[in-house]
Design a binder for this molecule. Structure first.
Ligand code: GAP
Length: 518
């Protein structure tokens, strides 16, 4: 199973490069680790995801407005937010392999393995007992399951306590006590665990001293907090209201593998929702449900998503869940929903000396609002969509074996919506095809192709997920009809040229995706 999934990730990486979605940064210099560039199709896909998010959050919620704050912020922002002191990962080195790992991830992976062992025992039981299998009873009585579960509970409780107390010695001790080995070499020769701050630093101006130190933001959220009053006043917002933002964030990740899943420069789409204290749990539920619906609405498969409750809450949160996605590497975080209390605004009040409060006319008093945050990684969404939509299909015909790779990207997000082909490069067909192309390009991102056989042109468009291919042939010259081929079914029908905009629009427009969400 693991190999099949590894293969899928490798295939996606190769496909993303070959078809102009994602390139390694500075590739001609052998690349820069965990930094990626988006090519012509990648940038279109990314822009469409941003549009879907922005419209669903800002346009569809009367009480949410947008913001685009700068990446650089006053350094005290990061003191106030707690990032200077607490935005750390516990790292551990293997003395033999010289590889560096996150201690928390080693333990979490170990617990995931124990869980997988339990699932295996259950699968065996189910096979053995067939219809009469009672999973609950099996879990409570099977000696193997009980033994593994006991071990899992022990590791889990020690791990949660160590993380909550920031106890680095205990984290190492768990790794030693349970014989957790370097996943790549099997060595158990570990160093101490150390804290490692994830923020990138740089200098402002020409004098390199402490006073000129600035950070590249590790999250976009703080730009929203420090603009809370500006936005509330100028947009005349009343609590509850939200501020949404899309932008770059930077983290010096210790273990940055797995393609665009964990990058050092990435993009977030975040929304802070300011609420009356005491109502945050209702809003937390609302946003958890709404965000999950947003994901499932893409139609990639409901079984690809699950909710994960946090074991360890971030330094600012009183409730937190992740929406996890089944990536080729397994279920992993795609989006976080946090109830951040009034931590950030209160800290900024304290550090800036400015009041960051809302006067609530119903209660006739001022307070620092509580905040519910939704935070999704744009790059991880790209990876989720690419991995769920990548299909290899057998399209053998009339004794000829043929395979196609098709990206079944939700049509509203597809980089190119339609491709226009003249059947041959003569007889006036290219001229008519150009006319069709010019008519459609005002409404959609369309491609024009006349090189190679029609079959090869179809394969190229399938490979980038283009929902429609339109072919202009000799009959077009007589009756103004063309063939239009649909990506998933590969069905072709003949339609009038003037019907094309409507047919394409119906399938690819963002509004129908948004209407399903409403
Ligand atoms: N403001 C809250 C916050 O930043 P987070 O869980 O650290 O929370 C939110 O990050 C989302 O950002 C994650 O769910 C993930 O999708 C994305 N993300 C975080 N670190 C990332 C990285 N190194 N590379 C790519 N995406 C990342």
């Amino acid at each position: 199973m693991a190999n099949v999934q590894d293969d899928l990730l490798k295939k996606i990486i190769a496909h993303a490069k070959e078809y102009g979605f994602i390139f390694q940064s500075s590739e001609i210099y052998d690349g820069l680790s965990a930094v990626y560039d988006y090519g012509p199709n990648g940038v279109e896909l990314k822009n469409n995801i941003k549009e879907y998010w922005w419209k669903s959050m800002v346009y569809m919620h009367e009480n949410i407005v947008g913001l685009d704050a700068a990446i650089f912020m006053h350094p005290t922002v990061w003191k106030a937010s707690g990032h200077v002191d607490a935005f750390n990962d516990p790292l551990i080195d293997n003395k033999d392999s010289k590889k560096r790992y996150r201690a928390d991830q080693l333990i979490e992976d170990f617990m995931a393995k124990l869980n997988a062992k339990i699932e295996k025992e259950i699968a065996k039981g189910r096979k053995k007992f067939g219809e009469s299998f009672d999973e609950q009873k099996f879990r409570e009585t099977n000696p193997n399951v009980l033994r593994i579960q006991k071990k899992l509970d022990q590791v889990h409780s020690r791990y949660v306590q160590a993380m909550n107390n920031n106890d680095l010695k205990e984290l190492r001790q768990i790794i030693i006590d349970y014989g957790i080995a370097d996943p790549e070499t099997g060595s158990k020769n570990w160093t101490e665990v150390r804290q490692f701050n994830l923020m990138f630093e740089t200098q402002f101006g020409s004098v390199a001293d402490e006073a000129s130190k600035v950070y590249l933001r590790p999250e976009t959220a703080q730009g929203i907090f420090v603009n809370f009053l500006n936005v509330m006043k100028t947009a005349r917002m009343k609590v509850p209201f939200g501020i949404a933002q899309i932008g770059k964030a930077f983290r010096n990740e210790i273990v940055a593998r797995q393609f665009i899943f964990r990058m050092r420069e990435f993009e977030q789409m975040e929304m802070q929702f300011f609420v009356r204290p005491g109502t945050e749990m209702e809003w937390f539920e609302y946003w958890k449900n709404y965000r999950l619906k947003w994901h499932k609405n893409l139609g990639l498969g409901d079984e690809l998503y699950r909710i994960h409750e946090h074991d360890k809450l971030a330094h600012y949160a009183n409730a937190a869940v992740d929406i996890e996605f089944r990536f080729p590497m397994g279920f992993k975080e795609l989006e976080g929903i946090h109830s951040r209390t009034n931590y950030d605004l209160s800290r900024h009040e304290q550090f800036s000396g400015k009041k960051l409060q809302y006067f609530d006319p119903e209660l006739n008093k001022s307070y620092v609002p509580y905040v519910v945050e939704t935070s999704i990684g744009l790059d991880r969404t790209v990876l989720a969509i690419l991995s769920a939509s990548y299909m290899e299909e057998d399209v053998s015909d009339k004794g000829q074996t043929e395979k196609r790779v098709v990206l079944k990207i939700p049509p509203a997000l597809a980089p190119v919506k339609a491709a226009v082909f003249p059947l041959v490069r003569k007889d006036g067909l290219p001229e008519v095809a150009r006319k069709v192309f010019n008519m459609l390009r005002f409404k959609f991102n369309v491609a024009y192709e006349e090189k190679d056989s029609i079959g090869r042109r179809y394969r190229r468009q399938d490979a980038i997920g283009t929902p429609y291919c339109i072919t202009i042939d000799h009959q077009t010259l007589q009756d103004d009809t063309v063939t239009i081929r649909e990506r998933d079914s590969m069905e072709q029908i003949r339609v009038k040229i003037n019907q094309l905009p409507q047919i394409i629009e119906q399938r690819v427009n963002m509004s129908s995706l948004l209407e399903k969400l409403a």
